[in-house]
Write a protein that binds this ligand. Sequence first.
Ligand code: C2G
Length: 137
Amino acid sequence: MKRKQGKTTVITFGTFDVFHVGHLRIFERALSFGDRLVVGISTDALSISKKGRPPVYSQEERSAIVAALRCVDEVFWEESLEEKAEYIRRYNADVLVMGDDWAGKFDWLSDLCAVEYLPRTPAISTTELIEKIQVDF
Ligand code: C2G
């Protein structure tokens, strides 16, 4: 892994809608690759284009929740999946961490920073939570 003097910055991206323990675990594991964690939060428009439905929580609410976490140093809005290189440069990131549902998708960025895919936390997702709430409550 490329190392600079000073802090090692880790960057990760996601919608983080209906925040759950799978989101928390990826942040905690991402931070173990460095000293500073920067999180790109998908805008509502990007989330709709990825998932085909609007998020339950707005981009402002999702950003406020993530920014309040002890393991997160900074958040910004991810406007487009294609702008990752620019975000990595802007935040001087040394490591990009994503869940393995994205395995291989961001290897093209490995000239800019290390790219790590971590196993998803099993048996939890925003979609399943929404379905469970609809059925059980
Ligand atoms: N995640 C996880 N375990 C779960 C659910 C999610 O580790 N049980 C991880 C995902 O792998 C992802 C992150 O949490 O790395 C955020 O998940 P989503 O909010 O679903 O993000 P997504 O819409 O996939 O956005 O540029 C890439 C994207 O914006 C990723």
